[in-house]
Design a binder for this molecule. Structure first.
Ligand SMILES: [Zn+2]
Length: 319
């Protein structure tokens, strides 16, 4: 895999793939819900205006089939979500996770983006990718929809990468909320390293004390700012990645640890996301022949979300 990738890399100029889809903007839970369609509109507009956007390959996210969802979730769970999908109106799966008639399609676009991005990176046609899609996925456990998430898109991408022949992969999750779904799905899979930094104690309060070599948890108290955050990430993630030596790095990119975010109390700023992008790109170069795929999770202050995403993606484009 590594040798053929390098050969392709020498033959073709590589770029960053950016996937999104208008279907992801049709999923809406309520007029005041923070996980709103405006989030993608804000990111897409900011990315298109960025000076480096000419170097980005923009594509529409393909639709993953319902059968494709069953690699990270049992079939009965996929069937239960399909059955709950309303023909009209809104149904609540939990207090803050609701489906409208477009939610299922949006979720299949989000998962389709993650899988297509993984395929393109493994084929060597792009160097890395960012999926600007919603609903998010990292709270979705194998059989539980929660925290605005229905299907765990990054877990589906991990399964795709492993099925394609990679031996080890790593998930890095810097969303302000613990990536409980991804942890639950992979906690007994030593070939998958899951690193999650999050405000603690905080939502969702699940699996925080799991004690497995492939699960690296970095709880951070409310009020944590740039310096402490960067120190903790370097200390925990760099060491875990060095031991795991992943063939590909997948990133749950949530931007809700920003100081302006209304849902949480960490104190990161725009440039911390540039730093995170640089770290992820550099770790991918060091251990994974550059293979790096990121997917949007949280981030609820629209201007901060747009600026932070642009900072993160700029590091992928320019690496
Ligand atoms: Zn979050």
């Amino acid at each position: 895999m590594a040798a053929s990738f390098k050969l392709i890399q020498e033959l073709y100029p590589l770029t960053t793939l950016y996937l999104t889809h208008s279907d992801c903007g049709r999923h809406m839970m309520s007029a005041s819900h923070p996980e709103s369609p405006q989030r993608l509109a804000a990111i897409n507009a900011a990315v298109k205006k960025a000076p480096w956007s000419e170097g980005v390959c923009f594509e529409e996210a393909p639709l993953l089939s319902l059968a494709g969802l069953a690699t990270a979730h049992p079939q009965h769970y996929v069937d239960s979500i399909v059955e709950k999908s309303p023909a009209e109106g809104v149904v609540a799966l939990d207090g803050d996770t609701l489906m409208n008639p477009h939610s299922l399609t949006a979720a299949c676009r989000a998962a389709g983006a993650a899988i297509h991005a993984t395929d393109e990176i493994l084929a060597g046609t792009v160097s890395n990718a960012f999926c600007a899609v919603r609903p998010p996925g990292h709270h979705a456990e194998s059989t539980i929809a929660m925290g605005f998430c229905f299907f765990n898109s990054i877990a589906l991408a991990v399964e795709r990468a492993l099925a394609a022949g990679l031996e080890r992969v790593a998930v890095l999750d810097f969303d302000v909320h613990h990536g409980n779904g991804t942890v639950e799905i992979f906690q007994d899979r030593p070939e998958v390293l899951v690193c999650s930094s999050f405000q603690y104690p905080f939502y969702p309060g699940r699996f925080d004390k799991v004690n497995k070599e492939n699960i690296c948890l970095t709880p951070l108290p409310a009020g944590t700012g740039s310096g402490q955050f960067r120190q903790a990430i370097e200390r925990d993630w760099q060491e875990a990645l060095g031991q795991h030596r992943p063939d590909m790095i997948l990133v749950s990119a949530g931007f809700d640890a920003h100081r302006d975010d209304p849902l949480a109390q960490l104190q990161l700023d725009d440039l911390d996301y540039r730093w995170l992008g640089e770290q992820c790109a550099s770790w991918a170069q060091r251990w994974s022949d550059g293979r790096l795929m990121a997917i949007l999770e949280g981030g609820y202050n629209l201007p901060a979300l747009a600026r932070s995403s642009v900072q993160f993606i700029s590091a992928l484009v320019e690496e």
